[in-house]
Design a protein around this ligand. Structure first.
Ligand code: CP
Ligand code: NVA
Length: 318
């Protein structure tokens, strides 16, 4: 059966950890995978801008002797003259694997339903699973010690809770046994969606860790090992909401005062792109606790691991 990665819940807890181990293995021995994607083609569908996702997927394919096709949705009939289903059925006749960055999550679900080749969610309004796989790899490197342990590590997220990165963080952290506290303003516009809290709660119970949603950033960051934030203006948020959101999120800004309430050696993370002076201050993102560019680098290693996993080629060394 063809495997897709639309949210982290498409993976078992064990598979998620296997992908993290595999990403570490590829990172440590990239030359071993120099032909792992020989004769394979990745279709990269983009409805939104990207730096990291596009580069890491495309470079990842190049480094493994495969090929990536960048496909800008504004130059495509998909969703206009051609249905998502027909696009998916057609593309699968040419390419071996697809990644798509779309607006509606239901659109990628529709695409995957008709695709005979694996489909990877490269960000929808609802979820960003690839980002969080790279983030967990980064957290393990920085905080996991020799045992590469994620259990017992606490991550605090401050800012927009109804957000793709936040949703995937809730799914990912609870699947690997990490505690996660999300601090966001009250109201459905800003809080994580109920279905994510429900599934995250079940994973937290299974893996004996904590999922907390609060409106208090200081409470969230207390004893945290990782402080995480993301844009207050995600790609899909309309411009007219900007002024109101800046006011709502102001007290959730990650600044040095807030960082003081976390563990002394806490790391700071942001999936990027970042706006200095908004979701975090300059001194935090450009300071010694920030690991944002290590996160960005790990997108490359994690992307390779995800693609090889979905294609059933985890053993494929070059
Ligand atoms: N973090 C991330 O997905 O970045 P891009 O939007 O640049 O791809
Ligand atoms: N939440 C952000 C993530 C960007 C990688 C957005 O959707 O724009």
């Amino acid at each position: 059966m063809v495997r897709h990665l639309l949210t982290l819940n498409d993976l078992t807890d064990k598979e998620l950890l296997e992908i993290l181990d595999f990403a570490d293995e590829i990172k440590g021995n990239p030359k071993q995978y120099a032909t792992a994607m020989k004769d394979q083609t990745l279709l990269m569908i983009f409805a939104k801008p990207s730096l990291r996702t596009r580069l890491s997927f495309e470079v990842g394919m190049t480094q493994m002797d495969g090929h990536g096709i960048y496909y800008d949705l504004s130059n495509s009939p998909m969703g206009k003259k051609e249905s998502i289903a027909d696009t998916a059925r057609t593309a699968a006749r040419y390419v071996d694997i697809v990644m798509a960055r779309l607006f509606g999550h239901e659109d990628i679900e529709e695409y995957a339903k008709y695709s005979k080749v694996p489909v990877i969610n490269a960000l929808t309004n609802f979820a960003h699973p690839c980002q969080i796989i790279a983030d967990l790899q980064t957290i393990r490197e920085k905080k996991g010690g020799k045992q590469k342990k994620l259990k017992g590590i606490k991550l605090a997220y401050c800012g927009d809770g109804n957000n793709n990165v936040t949703h995937s963080l809730i799914e990912g952290c609870t699947k690997v046994g990490m505690d996660i506290s999300v601090a966001c303003p009250k109201g459905t516009e800003f809080e994580p969606q109920a279905k994510v809290i429900e599934i995250g709660g079940k994973s937290a119970e299974r893996n004996k860790c904590k999922l907390v949603i609060t409106n208090e950033p200081h409470e969230a960051v207390k004893d945290a090992d990782v402080i995480y934030t993301d844009s207050w203006m995600s790609y899909h948020v309309p411009k007219e909401k900007e002024a109101g959101r800046m006011t709502m999120f102001k007290s959730y800004q990650v600044n040095s005062e807030l960082m003081k309430h976390a563990k002394k050696d806490a790391i700071f993370m942001n999936c990027l792109p970042a706006m200095r002076g908004y979701e975090q201050t300059v001194d935090v993102i450009d300071g010694p606790q920030s690991v944002v560019f290590d996160q960005a680098e790990n997108r490359l290693h994690a992307q390779k691991a995800i693609m090889l996993f979905l294609l059933g080629r985890m053993g494929a060394k070059g």
